[in-house]
Design a protein around this ligand. Structure first.
Ligand SMILES: *Cc1c(COP(=O)(O)O)cnc(C)c1O
Length: 360
């Protein structure tokens, strides 16, 4: 194992260690930017604390690499990100939630999604910049094309694709056509449609800015194909106890998983309270000493049991670490084991893990 794993072992307080590869996030941003050479700009979506990996730590590295446009979901996230990014543009996807004050005080740029937001901003922002979102078929946020009065002068017109991870889905073409109609109502205004998966739908979808999120953090933007981006998160959980089973029985709450004499079980110090979802029980995997080890029985709040019978005894000892992301455990595969997607697995990772940033 590498040097980092020995430094993990020296951390006496952490039950789990989340290692974020800042260099991988920056490399992924460059790769996605270069996929869309016709788009003038590549932003970075940093909502939900950069999908759980730490916006304050990652944003400055992306800014140093040349990223100028950062997206968060709600004003509170924008206020926090502004402390890390004094000079870049910070867009707030939900727009003002009742008050314009945080936008003016912290120089945040709202994405205006509804006629009421537009009217309020135009009346009270003192002519400050704004973005308009148009709904192109997702029916979630945005103005209708008919609501785009030709007098509006946003700095960006944007929309969002609902099926970009399914390239053959007819919604992609339908939304592209609807977005073009909307653009025609505001000639000369820069526009943006594609998030991570949309970048891979081709140049028609790139317009003037692309807005990747999950691809920066290692999630596969092209499901079913080889992942073009690098893993950014490694998560290792410390072994509390290893027990050799000597009488037939079962492990964990509900006694759902039978154990037999000769088996060795490792109990690790993280659980569903740390974002390792209960649905990983009996389905998730870990990696110990280069060997894949299955989760057995139910996931508890703070503990998970792995069957480590296949791992040499000297590698499966209390104080050592089982990797549940990275180190050969694929993010999308582990999310699939939990019955969810990489986005939910990453954004659910708890603050209880110790965190290390490497490669910056
Ligand atoms: C979350 C989000 C993105 C980024 O999406 P990914 O699939 O993570 O790349 C881009 N645009 C909008 C409007 C979003 O809400």
């Amino acid at each position: 194992m590498n040097n980092l794993s020995s430094s993990c072992i020296d951390d006496p307080a952490a039950g789990g260690l989340l290692i974020v590869d800042t260099a991988a996030v920056v490399a992924n941003w460059r790769l996605l930017r270069d996929k869309a050479p016709t788009a003038g700009a590549c932003g970075a979506v940093m909502k939900a604390d950069a999908y759980g990996l730490g916006a304050a730590e990652l944003a400055p590295a992306l800014a140093a690499a040349g990223c100028r446009d950062f997206f968060v979901a709600v004003p509170e996230e924008g206020i926090a990100l502004r402390r890390a990014l004094p000079d870049q543009t910070i867009y707030v996807l939900s727009g003002p939630l009742g008050s314009l004050e945080p936008f003016i005080t912290h120089t945040l740029t709202p994405v205006l999604n509804a006629p009421e937001q537009v009217a309020d901003w135009l009346a009270h922002s003192g002519g400050r910049d704004y973005v308009l979102q148009v709904d192109s078929g997702m029916n979630r946020l945005g103005l209708t094309a008919a609501e785009l009065a030709p007098t509006l002068r946003p700095r960006l017109l944007m929309s969002h694709l609902c099926c970009a991870d399914e390239p053959d889905h007819p919604m992609n073409q339908a939304q592209l056509a609807a977005f073009r109609v909307a653009r025609d109502r505001l000639p000369g205004v820069p526009s943006s449609l594609a998030a991570s998966s949309g970048i891979f739908l081709g140049a028609d979808y790139h317009f003037d800015m692309i807005r990747p999120g999950i691809g920066l953090y290692g999630g596969n933007p092209v499901p079913g194909q080889a992942n073009p981006v690098r893993a950014a998160a490694t998560l290792r959980i410390r072994i509390v106890q290893v027990r050799r089973i000597d009488t037939p029985g079962a492990v964990g709450y509900g006694a759902t998983h039978a154990v037999t004499p000769g088996m060795r079980l490792a109990t690790v110090s993280a659980g569903y309270a740390d974002g390792l979802l209960r649905s990983l029980g009996g389905r998730g995997t870990g990696m110990l000493g280069g060997i894949t080890v299955p989760i057995v029985g139910r996931v508890s709040m703070d503990l998970i049991s792995f069957d480590v019978s296949a791992v040499p005894e000297e590698l499966a000892r209390p104080g050592q670490w089982i990797s549940v992301l990275g180190d050969g455990v694929d993010l999308d595969a582990q999310a699939g084991n939990a019955g969810t997607i990489s986005y939910e697995l990453l954004t659910g990772l708890s603050r209880r893990y110790a965190r290390r940033y490497t490669g910056s």
